[in-house]
Design a binder for this molecule. Structure first.
Ligand SMILES: NC(=O)c1ccc[n+]([C@@H]2O[C@H](COP(=O)([O-])OP(=O)(O)OC[C@H]3O[C@@H](n4cnc5c(N)ncnc54)[C@H](OP(=O)(O)O)[C@@H]3O)[C@@H](O)[C@H]2O)c1
Length: 186
């Protein structure tokens, strides 16, 4: 049983919270107007990418040693044609370089919120250089009903963000529904 802190109270925060609770963890969520309390063992950034920098700045010390889960898709909403991070980097790598003492993991960004709420088997892809952090997150999700797959090193966050972006563009162009998305077949 882990204590989970989620920054954000929106679509993703709610469904991720339910999954962690189903797996037997306790969850606390903080919105933008809430006073942030003591952080749990696992901290999830379920906020727009544009809001991340301020959260990291305000909680830098408290994030030391935490498993910090980045779920963002840093889409440039002005153009809907690219990401806000250079192609030789990722939001997750930017976060990892900002809070050096946190154990940063990319997760959940390739899953639409509605698919996490439903009964369709869903796979969560993880990317991190910290194997222990990936194991901690995977164990905390045991019993959640989600399948968790280790997609590799932190650098793989680039591909996960590209995949998440492609999936969003497919949904916006009505080629797939918001209940759809890429599936992983083993
Ligand atoms: N929706 C999806 O299907 C999906 C899928 C994969 C990944 N993602 C990613 O998940 C993240 C959240 O998406 P969402 O769909 O859940 O967005 P959302 O429904 O718009 O929720 C965003 C939440 O972030 C909160 N927030 C903003 N600034 C904050 C701050 N400084 N401190 C604490 N909370 C803050 C907002 O609170 P206020 O309302 O109080 O401002 C709101 O509760 C995004 O990065 C997105 O790219 C989304």
């Amino acid at each position: 049983m882990k204590r989970i802190t989620i920054f954000g109270k929106g679509n993703m925060a709610k469904v991720i919270s339910e999954r962690f609770k189903k797996a037997g963890n306790t969850v606390e969520m903080f919105g933008s107007k809430d006073e942030v309390g003591v952080l749990g063992d696992i901290v999830v950034l379920a906020v727009p990418y544009a809001a991340v920098a301020k959260i990291l700045e305000e909680n830098k010390k408290a994030l030391e040693g935490k498993v910090l889960v980045d779920i963002t898709n840093p889409v440039n909403f002005a153009t809907m044609d690219d990401l806000l991070v250079p192609s030789n980097s990722s939001a997750t790598e930017v976060i990892a370089s900002t809070v050096l003492k946190a154990k940063v993991v990319k997760a959940f960004n390739t899953n639409f919120a509605s698919t996490l709420a439903g009964d369709v088997p869903t796979t969560i892809l993880l990317a991190s250089d910290d194997l222990e952090a990936k194991v901690t997150l995977s164990r905390a999700l045991e019993g959640s009903g989600l399948v968790v797959v280790d997609a590799g090193a932190l650098k793989r966050a680039r591909e996960l963000e590209a995949l998440g972006f492609l999936q969003i563009t497919l949904a916006i162009r009505e080629q797939i529904g918001w209940m759809g998305g890429f599936a992983l077949t083993k």
